[in-house]
Design a binder for this molecule. Structure first.
Ligand code: SF4
Ligand code: SF4
Length: 315
């Protein structure tokens, strides 16, 4: 095991989307959340679609644009046009970000920035007094922090050296040996997504098999029972995809089989569609169920909760 101040040389550098302070929904207490860019899954409903790709992107939000057309004048590639439904032609854009620099309203945005581990730590440590008084800490989210094992290991190690509680949110698709060796010693809590139990549906809606994910959960849950980091399974409730009785019963049965008796259900929200549009992706008509256009109502949520509660899983 590395010493707390010893960093991994030549580690793969992720782009950071955002560091959000005063977060109350991503773990106990008041937290800072570091959002990584890049994910090995490709979930049809991803709530952070701008975090899927590893590389830098340009975003455009039409509702912020004041129509000055300054950006069109400075673009060296003629990539901006009112005729284009997304405004930006990403096949022509060279990502020079001249338009972003000159936009007066923040409608154009660079998505993803490299950040040294030490700079991330320096940013989040400013709120340490809030973490200490609220039982909070720092959450690594995404995207997928485990996609950058060495960087994430260094970050977690430096956070623990500052006495900060660490939580990693993961999609579960990673190399378990690297995870247990490099990350686990520095993690206090893991939020582990289990979305779909049927392997074919998982591949169809998330872009990869769930075999490794389920195996990894079992291993980490066993570690947790032997004094390792706490692991909490989470299932996002996606209308007619993950929230069906068949799927929720199968997830609950899997958790019981692993010996897990706690989980969390994440209510659905449809705002991801606007975020997708911002990065130039339209939903092909008819690809997703109509029910994905609206928030879930309380009755639907309660039906989902009761499936877990009946199976003996505390929410
Ligand atoms: S990033 Fe550069 S090339 Fe792309 S749209 Fe903006 S100005 Fe044009
Ligand atoms: S510079 Fe910004 S505000 Fe002006 S037209 Fe371009 S995107 Fe809109």
């Amino acid at each position: 095991m590395k010493e707390k101040n010893q960093l991994n040389p030549g580690r793969k550098q992720p782009l950071i989307l955002e560091i959000k302070g005063n977060a109350l929904d991503d773990g106990p207490g008041i937290r800072s959340v570091v959002f990584f860019k890049g994910c090995p899954l490709s979930c049809a409903w991803c709530h952070n679609p701008e975090s899927k790709r590893v590389g830098v992107e340009i975003g455009f939000e039409a509702n912020k644009c004041v129509g000055c057309d300054t950006c069109i004048g400075v673009c060296p590639e003629n990539a901006l046009s009112r005729v284009n439904p997304f405004f930006v032609d990403r096949t022509a854009c060279s990502l020079c970000f001249q338009c972003v620099k000159n936009c007066p309203s923040g409608a154009l945005e660079r998505i993803g920035r490299p950040m040294a581990v030490e700079d991330v730590v320096a940013t989040v440590v400013r709120d340490k007094s809030f973490y200490d008084t609220s039982g909070g800490g720092v959450t690594l989210s995404g995207g997928e922090p485990t996609l950058f094992m060495d960087y994430t290991a260094d970050l977690l190690r430096l956070l623990k050296a500052q006495g900060i509680h660490t939580l990693v949110e993961t999609c579960g698709l990673f190399d378990i040996d690297a995870f247990t060796e490099k990350l686990l010693p520095w993690i206090d809590t893991i939020y582990f997504d289990i979305k779909i139990m049927d392997p074919a549906d998982h591949k169809r809606f998330c872009g990869a098999s769930n075999e490794t994910i389920l195996k990894n959960f079992k291993v980490l849950h066993e570690w947790a029972q032997n004094g390792g980091a706490e692991v909490l399974a989470r299932t996002p409730l996606i209308p007619d995809i993950t929230d069906t009785p068949e799927n929720l019963e199968a997830v609950a049965a899997f958790l019981k089989q692993c010996g897990a008796d706690k989980a969390r259900l994440l209510p659905y929200h449809p705002l991801w569609k606007q975020k997708k549009f911002k990065i130039g992706i339209a939903d092909p008509a008819g690809q997703n169920p109509k029910s994905m256009d609206a928030f879930q109502d309380e009755t639907a949520l309660q039906n989902c909760r009761s499936i877990f509660e009946t199976a003996g899983i505390t929410l």
